[in-house]
Design a protein around this ligand. Structure first.
Ligand SMILES: Cc1cc2nc3c(=O)[nH]c(=O)nc-3n(C[C@H](O)[C@H](O)[C@H](O)COP(=O)(O)OP(=O)(O)OC[C@H]3O[C@@H](n4cnc5c(N)ncnc54)[C@H](O)[C@@H]3O)c2cc1C
Length: 489
């Protein structure tokens, strides 16, 4: 079976999963008000794969002719990376918003592990086989696959000892069926996904006492003992006209608790091996960062488009200082674009024979996009002006008793009616000022690891030798060293 429909996806979530939100246990997740909008958004993605107009972009074939979603094909050439980019852009165009944890971003973390197959073979060939099987299975069954990395860490000084160690995910039993795991992870979208790739991201794996924590596996999101404890939704009860983004794109985050969950052996990807944990920690975002930066580019487009339409509506476009601010948003957008384009143009072969985006250009692009996002959002906020904060909602402006005042104060030249003016302001408010807007800033800051860890990735993936050699030569350091040696003789 391949290519699920939206309807099949929604039905597949009725597997008895244990989901808690707003003080209640969820009965029918697809119909629950907190999840309904985002599940409809994901269902739309599934349906897109069945539409003839999207077939070339959204689907492709495996070697045996099976049709799969484009996002799930292992990248073996630069063209595959370009096709992933086109796929993400096409989906986000159709949806009219940005979603992150919808499968295509998180599959890349399995591809990073696929690259480690030779090393894993040395430890235990079953694990490498399991990884290959899962990469194939996800594509063929069209599963919504997410990624669980971060444990709620508690007291960092006691990570592997005492009570705090109980919060870190670890193996408590090994039997003929598989491993039994205990602990917790933070995980966006888990409550409405099919499975997660669970793995460690903590610490340096140097001490044998850490062995029970060094495990990676596929967890079924409906597995007995697994509890999804969800954060407060951002959009429930809100009018989609007033909040066009949050009412469709609130990707609910979860504290995913593993209360002694059995992981069958065929789902174990590595276990009890510090080297494997170390490897996944270093490489986990090798592919997934590409999709993440693509989404940040889309967020940059939204900032630029919102600021531009606003200054066009308010007649500010011709002021050079305003053009300069718009240009800053253009530079932001285009620098992200340049990183993505160059990361594909200079793509690198991985040890597993895949084509990975150029790692240095990708990680530096990720940092650039992430660290400048708040500044650019603020610039957009400044350009939209104070009306962003003071505009009445759609129910108020529809009141016939006040229509004449709204018409008077919200009509602008150039055919901008109060409806169009307020629609833009509502969009801008949701993008920049709403609970959703604030949540997104935190999400982007942490979704792919905290900034300090992203700086480490940039440091580790830039080849420092050429610049060291260049300055050594230009500053005649070698000559000096030779001269010094000569003097010592
Ligand atoms: C909205 C949201 C969605 C999320 N979704 C997911 C998900 O889908 N999957 C998933 O696995 N995780 C997810 N997470 C978890 C996220 O990945 C973690 O929050 C993130 O990796 C940071 O880990 P932490 O919270 O344990 O931060 P901590 O380790 O507590 O660090 C907090 C801060 O302390 C400082 N700090 C800590 N250690 C150091 C150091 N060594 N050097 C310098 N500074 C340091 C940094 O400023 C750092 O940002 C999500 C988090 C959020 C907020």
């Amino acid at each position: 079976m391949a290519l699920m429909t939206g309807k099949q996806y929604k039905e597949s979530l009725n597997d008895g999963r244990e989901v808690y939100i707003n003080g209640e246990r969820v009965k029918n997740i697809a119909e629950h008000p907190a999840f309904h909008p985002i599940i409809e958004t994901k269902a739309r993605m599934y349906d897109m794969n069945h539409e003839a107009r999207y077939a070339d972009v959204c689907t492709t074939k495996l070697e045996d002719g099976e049709t799969i979603c484009r996002a799930y094909k292992l990248p073996k050439a630069k063209e595959d990376l370009t096709a992933i980019r086109t796929y993400v852009d096409t989906v986000l165009d159709d949806l009219g918003g940005v979603v992150y944890r919808v499968g295509d971003e998180t599959i890349g973390e399995m591809w990073s592990l696929y690259d480690a197959q030779d090393r894993l073979n040395e430890i235990d060939p079953t694990y490498a086989e399991n990884i290959k099987n899962h990469v194939d299975r996800i594509a063929r069954l069209d599963l919504f696959h997410v990624s669980a990395n971060t444990d709620p860490k508690g007291d960092r000084s006691k990570l592997f000892e005492g009570k705090a160690a109980g919060t870190l995910l670890h193996v408590v039993e090994e039997n003929d069926k598989g491993i039994v795991v205990r602990g917790a992870k933070f995980e966006t979208a888990a409550a409405y996904a099919h499975q997660a790739f669970v793995k460690p991201t903590i610490s340096n794996w140097t001490d044998q006492s850490m062995t029970p924590y060094a495990c990676g596996f596929i967890a079924d999101m409906g597995a007995p003992g697994l509890k999804h404890i969800c954060r407060t939704p951002l959009s429930t009860g809100k009018n989609p006209v007033d909040y066009p983004l949050s009412t469709r794109f609130d990707e609910i985050d979860t504290l995913l608790v593993f209360d002694d969950v059995l992981i069958p052996w065929e789902n174990v990807l590595f276990h009890g091996n510090l080297e494997s944990a170390q490897y996944i920690r270093k490489t986990v975002h090798r592919y997934s960062a590409f999709n993440y930066v693509l989404r940040l580019q889309r967020r940059a487009d939204f900032l630029l488009g919102t600021a531009l339409l606003n200054v066009e509506q308010t007649g500010l476009t011709k002021i050079p200082a305003v053009q300069e601010k718009i240009s800053q948003l253009i530079c932001y957008r285009e620098t992200i674009n340049a990183h993505l384009t160059a990361a594909v143009a200079n793509a690198q072969k991985s040890a597993g024979g895949l084509m990975m985006p150029n790692q240095s250009l990708l990680y530096t692009g990720r940092l650039y996009a992430l660290t400048n996002f708040p500044k650019m959002a603020h610039l957009c906020r400044e350009l939209v002006g104070g009306q962003l904060a003071v505009t009445p909602d759609s129910a108020t402006i529809a009141d016939p008793q006040i229509k004449e005042y709204i018409d008077q104060y919200y009509t602008l030249d150039g055919g901008w009616t109060p409806e169009k003016r307020t629609k833009l302001l509502y969009f801008a408010r949701d993008l920049l000022n709403s609970a959703y807007g604030g949540h997104q800033i935190t999400f982007e800051l942490f979704a792919q690891a905290p900034p300090f860890a992203q700086y480490m990735a940039a440091f580790n993936h830039f080849d420092l030798n050429p610049v060291r050699d260049m300055v050594t030569k230009a500053a005649h350091l070698e000559t000096d060293a030779k001269a010094e040696l000569a003097m010592q003789k």
